[in-house]
Design a protein around this ligand. Structure first.
Ligand code: 8DG
Ligand code: MG
Length: 138
């Protein structure tokens, strides 16, 4: 067991024209998988504020109409990590996503929720498998 190692992450489901924004992870656990923009919830931070901050840091995009989504619980056994992921759903209406952290992400792309690429980062795969569909998804 790994007491005290459970962490909270936020995954931002950023929608535009019915599509959702994903980036391919590099250099950390889940390397090579497609993930939502997101990251660790900081002390005292709301999930919505974390989503705004992480999306801005990672893509340069601004998000709005932020609503709370479901959460998932995922154990990454080989890394000994256990994450609770809080998902938020938001919209981004303008601008192209920039590769602000090229050492962490190899590229951003828009996908239909019904045609997500593979492999998916585990928390997103878990969420997708529940049948959850974000509002406004094509
Ligand atoms: P930070 O430490 O700067 O806050 O995070 P980061 O540098 O953006 O690292 P990250 O690996 O992108 O995210 C931190 C953790 O958040 C990641 O190790 C696992 C967790 N996380 C989830 N779900 C999701 C998700 O859907 N997307 C992203 N990007 N991270 C997630 O638990
Ligand atoms: Mg991140």
């Amino acid at each position: 067991m790994n007491p005290g190692k459970q962490l909270v992450g936020v995954g931002a489901i950023v929608m535009r024209d019915g599509l959702v924004l994903l980036g391919k992870r590099m250099g950390s656990h889940g390397a090579g998988t497609w993930a939502l923009p997101g990251g660790h919830l900081e002390f005292g931070e709301s999930a919505a504020a974390c989503a705004v901050r992480e999306v801005r840091e990672e893509t340069g995009l601004e998000i709005e109409s932020i609503t709370a989504g479901p959460y998932t619980s995922d154990v990454f056994s080989s890394e000994g990590k256990h994450y609770i992921t809080l998902f938020v759903v938001a919209r981004s209406d303008a601008g192209d996503p920039a590769l602000c952290e090229p050492e962490k992400c190899s590229g951003w792309q828009w996908f239909r929720w019904s045609e997500l690429p593979s492999p998916l980062f585990q928390p997103l795969a878990t969420l997708h498998a529940t049948g959850f569909v974000p509002n406004g998804a094509a």
